[in-house]
Design a protein. Structure first.
Length: 54
C-alpha cells in the first residue's frame, strides 16, 4: 500500500491536468461574471426601449 502512494507521489502527469482544470475554472468564473454584468446592462437598455414604445 505504501508503494502505491510513493508511485503516485512521483507521478507528475496528473499535475498538468489539475493545472488545466484550474485555468479552465478561472476562465469560466470570469466569463460568468462578465455575462452577468453585460446581461443586466442589456436588460436595462431593452426595458428603456420597451418603455418608450408604449
Amino acid at each position: 500500500m505504501l508503494s502505491i502512494f510513493r508511485r503516485l507521489a512521483r507521478d507528475v502527469s496528473g499535475a498538468s491536468a489539475i493545472e488545466y482544470t484550474l485555468i479552465v475554472s478561472l476562465i469560466a468564473v470570469a466569463a460568468i461574471a462578465s455575462m452577468r454584468s453585460v446581461g443586466s446592462k442589456v436588460n436595462n437598455v431593452l426595458a428603456n426601449a420597451g418603455g418608450s414604445l408604449t
